[in-house]
Ligand binder design. Structure first.
Ligand SMILES: O=C(O)CCC(=O)C(=O)O
Ligand SMILES: [Fe+2]
Length: 524
């Protein structure tokens, strides 16, 4: 995973110079006869050596890696106005300037681009009356993409968690129970249907899996290898951010400035904003990973209410509509907003995954959804790892790419407390890091957080790349049938209190994609 020190040209360069410095018998003869000529020759040889050395110097004494400029974290700590990452990168990467790694990486223009998404990942969309996107292919979403972290909410979390954690018990609030029962019975048919269709590990179900699922061959993404690329005329050298604290972990953090153009950032933010504004007219569902998390949130907000299992919708960890509305005000809508589109749903998804592949080596087929998140004033995200610690499941998030879509006036930094690295949001700037080591183990030192926004509004685009791919990766999950959401009704998911925050989620619908397509002219 690491960038090995490669001193290209060192041996040939250094050894070559002394050998070719003109010690021929003929020259020695000339030197004997004319001392002034010898002096002149000496100067010429010295000059020649100096020029040669100057040419070789960047390769000999450049950064530890021949492809990656390094930046000490202290440089990032200082006010960003007084330093520019780009300047540092220029100084250290000029050795390969004449060899653009990638001249053209825009698949919208370059039709010869290899097809990244194979047919099974291209999702045909149709619009139904409910305004949601429906798929003509079966995307049998499994629990493979687990819901351990809100960032990876794929819409099925409410259901998967519910099965294990909530048990209905006779409640004190009879009125509430009664209405819940009614709700439960009206949903029971669909629940049975959903349960039956969700894959489990039982052998009989495995036999029933469609052939393409059974035949699926996973790809492994064990490392990333950041290198310089050119995108639409922009030169994008990676900068490795060095940890302040020495450590044994394999975690490496890289930064690319201008990874996305201003127009790309603006287009994404606009669609995200209109989606959130539209959805905010409705109260979202609020879901928790456990009752205890809900209690902790209430306590933190000094709300004294007794929570019982009956406050949740049957079979879920989502509180019922009335409670959700109350929670919205109790928690002061204290959450960030995530919207998502999926591979193949927009041309940008191809442009982006191709650019990421060229820059980092991260394979498009190991990537999941494209998640846009906005953080209003005062909102951040607590420390967490993007992978599950102490788990043996390799179908986990090996690497994360995060792009800031806008500058943030104050706060909003991404911080890696164990590494002593933190980065200011800058429009177009990408951060990419590995969460797992080459053996597929989650690295605890990859722990990170989003600092609260103190002034301004933060927007990011994220994509997670998995160590071992799986069939449903990158496919739009079917809408979970419980709890049923009204059109434009988002859901808020609150994870473990100490290592998570609340986040609102919704997927882009057909209108968002059309809106996005209509903005195409300004996007690339
Ligand atoms: O917004 C950030 O800086 C970090 C977000 C993050 O880590 C996540 O969503 O998993
Ligand atoms: Fe994260």
């Amino acid at each position: 995973m690491g960038q090995k020190t490669k001193k290209r040209g060192v041996s040939s360069g250094v050894r070559g110079v002394p050998k070719g410095s003109g010690h021929t018998p003929e020259k020695e003869k000339t030197v004997n006869v004319l001392p002034s000529t010898r002096f002149l020759l000496g100067i010429i040889v010295c000059l020649g050596l100096a020029i040669l050395f100057a040419l070789l110097y960047p390769q000999i004494s450049g950064p530890a890696s021949d492809r990656v400029a390094r930046l000490e974290p202290e440089q990032l700590e200082t006010d960003s106005d007084s330093w520019t990452v780009q300047d540092t990168a220029h100084l250290k990467n000029d050795d390969t300037d004449d060899v653009p790694v990638l001249k053209q990486n825009d698949p919208m223009i370059d039709e010869d681009i290899e097809p990244i998404n194979n047919a099974k990942q291209t999702v045909p969309l149709t619009r139904k009356d409910d305004g949601k996107i429906h798929f003509t292919q079966e995307t049998k979403q499994s629990n493979e993409e687990k819901q351990h972290h809100p960032s990876k909410d794929n819409g099925s979390s409410t259901q998967s968690t519910s099965k294990t954690k909530i048990k209905s018990s006779p409640g004190k609030n009879k009125k509430k129970s009664k209405s819940l029962k009614k709700e439960a019975s009206s949903k029971s048919a669909s629940r049975t249907k959903t349960d039956a269709s969700s894959p489990t590990s039982t052998p009989s179900d495995e036999e029933e899996l469609p052939k393409e699922v059974r035949d699926f061959k996973p790809t492994f993404q064990k490392t990333m290898k950041p290198k310089k690329i050119f995108a639409d005329g922009r030169r994008l050298p990676p900068i490795e951010l060095l940890p302040q604290k020495p450590n044994n972990s394999s975690v490496k953090v890289f930064l690319y400035d201008e990874f996305l153009s201003e127009a790309e950032c603006d287009g994404l933010m606009k669609v995200h904003d209109s989606h959130v504004t539209q959805a905010n007219k409705h109260d979202p569902f609020v879901c928790f990973d456990s009752i205890s998390t809900l209690r902790q949130h209430l306590k933190a907000n000094k709300v004294k209410v007794k929570v019982t299992p009956q406050d949740f919708m049957p079979g879920t960890l989502c509180v019922n509509a009335t409670f959700s509305t109350q929670l919205k005000s109790w928690l002061h809508s204290n959450w960030s907003y995530s919207t998502a589109f999926y591979p193949g749903e927009s041309r940008f998804s191809k442009v982006f995954e191709y650019r990421v592949k060229e820059a980092t080596g991260l394979l498009p087929e190991n990537g999941g959804k494209f998640q846009l998140t906005s953080y209003p004033l005062g909102i951040g995200y607590k420390t967490h790892t993007d992978c599950i610690e102490n788990s043996n499941d390799q179908r986990d998030r090996m690497a994360t790419i995060l792009v800031y879509l806008q500058d943030v006036e104050d706060g909003g930094e991404t911080m890696f407390p164990e590494l002593g690295i933190w980065v200011k949001p800058r429009k177009g700037r990408a951060l990419v890091w590995n969460n797992m080591n080459e053996d597929g183990k989650c690295e605890p030192l990859s722990i990170h957080k989003a600092a609260k926004v103190d002034q301004g509004h933060k927007y990011i685009l994220q994509r997670w790349y998995y160590y071992k791919s799986f069939y449903s990766l990158g496919k739009r999950p079917p809408e979970p049938e419980i709890p049923h959401r009204a059109e434009f009704q988002g859901r808020v998911s609150c994870d473990e209190y100490q290592h998570g925050s609340c986040r609102w989620y919704d997927e882009w619908n057909y209108d968002h994609l059309v809106d996005y397509l209509n903005r195409k002219a300004t996007l690339i």
